[in-house]
Design a protein around this ligand. Structure first.
Ligand SMILES: [Mg+2]
Length: 285
């Protein structure tokens, strides 16, 4: 009884301090939910960390990539390309998984990407391979197909060294300066793609962001970006291999106008607007 009274007092104190938000469950029973448990990142990060479906989608992407590579190898035998075959891959959320970074954000009640924490997380080499990525790139190497890594990371002067260190730490093939491009000043990867296409027959582009395939997706309009994706729909699973990423990327920029929006109430409202572009208004009484 005494414990129950104490708990009730503690709960009341927390509510008054703004830490507890009462809400009604679907069944109508009142429940209480700590404000931190309303972190907008929870569903996306829980999915990345806990859903077997997330891993299955990654395997699906790399299984498709392998099929496309086999087709390209057969075609190359028949057509005698004068340039060697290559694949171009993005790095973060395409071949490197940042699970503990996102877990850290949620554990510390942050609901938006945090650049300073990201920059201090990267040198820790806590990355893990995106499921299927390492096996696929080793298959490329065994098949005589080069892999080039192109990323727009920016951790200042050490960006290149840190990115290379991540790749080497996980023993990715072609983890050397010749096969890594780090673009710090922009997220535009098209000059790197053009340069590599001059010397290699690019079999496929692998990424988690449409910007990994074409620059014209770099838009701040959700509908326009969607229309461009529809234009290219036949390329997905063929020239473009897509990995799932519900936490960051230029889809975020299309909603907020910037890729790394600050954690403001206005931005939380924008997120809600994006999540209710279509929303049933319920049964009319
Ligand atoms: Mg990426």
């Amino acid at each position: 009884m005494q414990n129950r009274t104490l708990n009730r007092r503690r709960m009341l104190a927390t509510v008054l301090a703004g830490g507890v938000v009462p809400f009604a469950s679907a069944g109508g029973a009142a429940q209480e939910c700590d404000a931190d448990l309303r972190n907008a990142l929870l569903w996306a990060v829980a999915w990345k960390q806990s859903a077997a479906e997330y891993r299955a989608l990654c395997y699906q992407a790399y299984n498709v990539a392998r099929m496309q590579l086999d087709i390209a190898l057969r075609t190359a035998l028949e057509t005698q390309h004068d340039k060697p075959l290559a694949v171009i891959t993005d790095v973060d959320d395409t071949i490197l998984h940042a699970g503990s970074y996102w877990g850290h954000l949620v554990a510390n009640n942050r609901d938006f990407f945090d650049d300073a924490i990201w920059d201090s997380w990267i040198p820790q080499n806590l990355v893990t391979p995106v499921p299927g990525s390492l096996e696929f790139l080793l298959y490329c190497e065994a098949s005589g197909v080069e892999a080039f890594y192109v990323t727009s990371r920016d951790q200042g002067e050490r960006s290149f060294e840190l990115a290379l260190g991540n790749l080497q730490h996980l023993k990715f093939p072609f983890a050397d300066p010749e096969h890594l491009t780090v673009i710090r000043e922009s997220s535009d990867k098209s000059p790197a793609r053009t340069r590599l296409a001059a010397s290699h027959e690019i079999v496929m582009l692998i990424g988690d962001n449409l910007n990994d395939y074409k620059r014209d997706y770099y838009l701040t309009d959700v509908d326009q970006r969607m229309a461009l994706m529809e234009r290219d729909r036949d390329d997905f699973g063929r020239k473009f291999i897509v990995l799932p990423n519900p936490t960051d990327g230029h889809w975020v920029r299309a909603i907020f106008g910037e890729s790394e929006p600050p954690p403001t109430e206005a931005n939380r409202r924008k997120l809600k607007t994006a999540a209710t572009r279509v929303a049933w208004d319920g049964l009319s009484q």
